[in-house]
Design a protein around this ligand. Structure first.
Ligand code: XMP
Length: 527
């Protein structure tokens, strides 16, 4: 089978800040076509450089009729490719091409049905509901306050609701489409079919973005890039670094050296578990390094979360550098950076100033003292794509469905200064929480669970004795992409059982609390 260029066909998604922008991108990729998200205020040059086969304008939180509200780069409408505007994206397209948008009296939010007045290629060959009058209806999901009032030249409406005469509009000659509803959400039942029509029949993209093809493409690219040099990879045992390791292993075999560092900030039994998984399932060169003392010494007295991240990051780099020197002919450091790490930082740039939240240590380049060049094979992939690739590569379930664990480990779950005794205590509470969730069949239904050490003391009474000990918070969240997350509504009896076990079994804890904050505004980790 020949290796196809998986980037040959590509869709550009222009982001106006909708919570669903990433969902649009995921849907396109699930259909089998590569796509990229760029912010609305991106330089036009980047759009020409990307050279898309089609463009989708996302929804957005602002009102399109507000002064200075975001607009699509003008080249979007002159570059000569099909354009689909969704909700805000439709409205800005209408305004920019000479039509009018007004604030509607009735806000439409939720499920609704649109009546099709003419079948166009975008909505051809999909299942309609037919009502008793013979009308063709589609179940869609809408969320808008403003709506189109008059159309630009050469546009016409092909679907409407009682409140919204322009639910779907088209300029057939130019292949411009405006949807007041959201095809990317599952509530729009034929949404994927509509997107598929747009991408494959209108933009004429072939579906080359498939796990098998992606793997072949990445392996070839890695071989070309790396040459005869050696690569070192910090293997944590998580999904991203394991997929990165397997891809590199297939590409360059023994030129890859994986380094597993026990930094003293890992969970209970983590080292044994990971080494066991790696030894049983992978045939990798692996160097195991114990560096607890080095990390804890470097962190002594540091309370600030960002400072802690920096120190942990640079201690990792120091060890990688030392190992690289020992190994000779090492030129590359591989990292399992994925798309969301990058998208989050690119999108934050659209707000005008850099909206700094946290410095994820694998984004933003390496410190100057690093002597190695970076190789990041899965940088363009979303988490679920990485998992699909992992499945295709035959990774075990323990890796595929392992909850993510941050690079700085317990270092950002012990608030303030890090001490070994706090790490030991937190490891025990964390293990109890995870064990109980597994016992109650809940672990696999959650996205990330852990405990947090709060450096405050609280009073409790054990037997007849007064205790004045530490507070532990439980954190459990559900999320698809880790950019937003809901706190998990765990059953009270499970919470009671966890709290009871922690207080009874872990010396030094006097109180357990449950974190009921969602992201946004509260991030998943406490620091
Ligand atoms: P936040 O706390 O930003 O977390 O909502 C989102 C996801 O990222 C993980 N996380 C990190 N991972 N280095 C990492 O490798 C970091 O510094 C870091 N901070 C947060 C977090 O565990 C969650 O999965």
């Amino acid at each position: 089978m020949t290796i196809k260029n998986i980037y040959e066909y590509r869709i550009l998604v222009i982001d106006f800040g909708s919570q669903y922008t990433k969902l649009i991108a995921r849907r396109i990729r699930e259909i089998g076509v590569y796509c990229k998200i760029l912010p609305w205020n991106i330089n036009e040059k980047k759009i020409y450089q990307f050279s898309p086969n089609g463009i989708i304008l996302s929804g957005g939180p602002q009102s399109s009729i507000e002064i200075n509200s975001p607009r699509a780069p003008n080249c979007v409408f002159s570059i000569g490719v099909p354009v689909m505007g969704i909700c805000y994206g439709m409205q800005t397209m209408v305004i920019q091409l000479g039509g009018q948008v007004i604030s509607s009296e009735k806000r439409e939010f939720g499920n609704t049905k649109i009546k099709i007045t003419k079948v166009i290629p975008l909505i051809d060959n999909i299942n309609y509901n037919i009502d008793s009058y013979g009308n063709m209806l589609l179940d869609v999901w809408m969320s808008h306050g403003d709506q189109v009032h008059s159309l630009p030249e050469h546009f016409r409406a092909v679907a409407s609701t009682n409140n919204c005469p322009f639910a779907l509009i088209v300029n057939e000659k130019k292949h411009f489409y405006g949807l007041q509803f959201h095809p990317e959400v599952t509530h729009t039942k034929q949404g994927v079919d509509i997107l598929k029509n747009f991408i494959t029949n209108i933009c004429l993209c072939k579906t080359l973005w498939m796990p098998k093809q992606i793997i072949k493409h990445l392996i070839k690219k890695l071989r070309n890039k790396i040459g005869n040099y050696k690569v070192i990879l910090g293997l944590s045992g998580g999904l991203d670094s394991s997929v990165t390791a397997m891809l590199l292993h297939l590409a360059i075999g023994s030129q890859l050296i994986c380094i597993f560092i026990d930094n003293g900030l890992l969970r209970l039994q983590e080292t044994e578990e990971i080494m066991n998984i790696v030894k049983t399932n992978y045939n990798l060169n692996i160097v195991y390094i114990t560096a607890e003392r080095k990390f804890l010494n470097a962190l002594a007295g540091i309370k600030d979360p960002e400072e802690k991240r920096k120190v942990i990051g640079s201690t990792f780099i120091e060890i990688f550098n030392e190992e690289a020197k020992k190994l000779k002919n090492v030129k590359w450091l591989a990292q399992g950076t994925i798309c969301s790490d990058v998208v989050e930082s690119e999108i934050s740039l659209t707000k005008g100033k850099f909206n700094f939240i946290k410095s994820h240590h694998n984004v933003g380049g390496l410190p100057k003292k690093m002597h190695l060049s970076l190789v990041e094979p899965i940088k363009n992939l979303f988490k679920d794509e990485v998992r699909q690739i992992g499945i295709e590569l035959g990774l075990p379930n323990e890796t595929l469905f392992r909850h993510p664990f941050p690079g700085p480990g317990l270092g950002i779950r012990i608030l303030g200064e890090i001490k070994k005794e706090y790490c030991d205590l937190l490891r025990k509470t964390d293990a109890i929480f995870i064990e109980e969730l597994q016992k109650h069949n809940l672990y696999n239904k959650l996205s990330q669970v852990f405990t947090v050490f709060l450096p405050i003391r609280s009073v409790s009474v054990m037997g007849d004795n007064r205790k004045y000990d530490w507070v532990i918070s439980l954190r459990a969240v559900k999320t698809v992409d880790f950019m937003t997350a809901d706190w998990a509504h765990l059953p009270h009896e499970v919470l009671a059982c966890v709290s009871n076990r922690i207080i009874n079994e872990v010396n030094g804890v006097s109180r357990v609390v449950y974190d009921i904050s969602s992201k946004p505004p509260s991030t998943i980790e406490w620091e």
